[in-house]
Design a protein around this ligand. Structure first.
Ligand code: TYM
Length: 339
């Protein structure tokens, strides 16, 4: 059903580190759901990426199921598309290794995510350094046409494109498809509620900085009512001068579908209190059906495991041709395996 449906291939992923936030939802998952109509989609729980930071095994396992259940609750359709865990498909690690041999250390040292996460580069693990080549492998294995992500992943996508082009040039053949990024116009970078010049991050230790997809209504309201704004009282789109207000406007817009100009008009002269209350209401209402569905499926491990097994089987098949093309181009002896 999925293979060669004739539709362009959309691929994206998210790491089961921390807690899924409305930043991930608005910047990524929500767009995945909307784009399922027009694309042949591959969604990956990138658990190999998660271990670039030390994880507690029990928590990682639990969180991985929770992520899959949240994706399904958001509306990902595992029957018509492919949803799987990266660690179940060996091609990811295999291609990542090959790509490492085509990537310069200098290129990886310039990745801002590495610079942010590895305060002390000497002590950082090699996986954290090579993270972007694993991400490139995720994408290039499936001949992805389009990769919807938030703005923080743009640099990794540029590297992916660069690697695909480099390999194609070296072997003078179209081994990899060069993917296009898709970064949403609104919500490409949802910011922290308490520090609105930093992105809302699922690995943030301070709970008041983010809204989790599974936060209860009361908690959502409290976090939004306490979100940092400024000493003024005007609802105006000015991300530089009023980052807190701009962030709340982005969240409003993402859930209400209203433009920034419409939001400015609707709240002209009203101050922050009422506006925040409405943003909170919108978030609570938008997340309610997702939370309801999540609670219906999270304890159904048989269902979740079936989805993952089926996804992994199909992903294994789909990942073979690109890997084979690369092996052949490199000059490896073709594997003579039974079955
Ligand atoms: P990750 O797991 O950090 O985030 C998952 C997705 O959510 C987006 N995102 C945001 N969007 C808007 N505002 C925010 N505050 C915000 N925070 C996160 C991210 O841009 C991402 O789209 N390296 C990737 C995962 C990955 C991947 C891939 C993505 C691995 N392989 C292949 C696409 C294709 C990451 O760490 O995302």
């Amino acid at each position: 059903m999925t293979a060669n449906s004739g539709k362009p291939v959309l691929l994206s992923g998210s790491a089961p580190s921390g807690i899924l936030t409305i930043g991930n939802y608005i910047g990524a998952v929500r767009n995945w759901v909307q784009m399922q109509q027009d694309y042949d989609c591959i969604f990956i729980l990138v658990d190999l990426h998660a271990i670039t930071v030390r994880q507690d095994p029990k928590e990682l396992l639990q969180r991985s199921y929770q992520f899959i259940a949240q994706y399904l609750a958001c509306g990902l359709d595992p029957e018509h598309h492919i949803l799987f865990a990266q660690s179940h498909v060996p091609g990811h690690s295999q291609l990542a290794w090959l790509l490492n041999c085509y990537t310069q250390m200098g290129q990886l040292s310039r990745m801002t995510q590495f610079k942010d996460k590895a305060q002390n580069a000497e002590k950082a693990n090699v996986g954290l350094f090579a993270y972007p080549t694993l991400m490139a492998a995720d994408i290039l294995l499936y001949d992805a046409d389009l990769v919807p992500v938030g703005e923080d992943q743009k640099q990794h996508l540029e590297l992916t494109r660069d690697l695909a082009q480099r390999v194609n040039n070296i072997y003078n053949a179209e081994i990899f498809k060069v993917p296009e990024p898709y970064i949403p116009k609104v919500g490409a970078r949802i910011m922290s509620l308490q520090e609105p010049t930093k992105k809302m991050s699922k690995s943030d230790k301070a709970e008041t900085n983010y809204i989790a997809l599974l936060d209860e209504p009361k908690r959502i309201k409290r976090k939004i009512m306490r979100a940092v704004t400024d000493s003024g009282e005007e609802i105006k789109w000015d991300p530089e001068g009023k980052p807190g207000v701009a962030n709340l406007m982005s969240i409003h817009s993402a859930f209400s579908g209203k433009s920034f100009a419409e939001i400015e008009r609707a709240y002209g002269g009203q101050g922050y209190g009422g506006f925040k209350g409405d943003v909170a209401e919108l978030v609570v209402e938008s997340l309610a059906p997702i939370q309801k569905r999540y609670h219906e499926i999270i304890d159904d491990k048989v269902y979740l495991n079936n989805v993952l097994r089926d996804g992994a089987e199909r992903a294994c098949v789909r990942s073979q041709p690109a890997l084979q093309r690369f092996h052949d181009a490199i000059g490896f002896i073709p594997a003579q395996l039974h079955g």
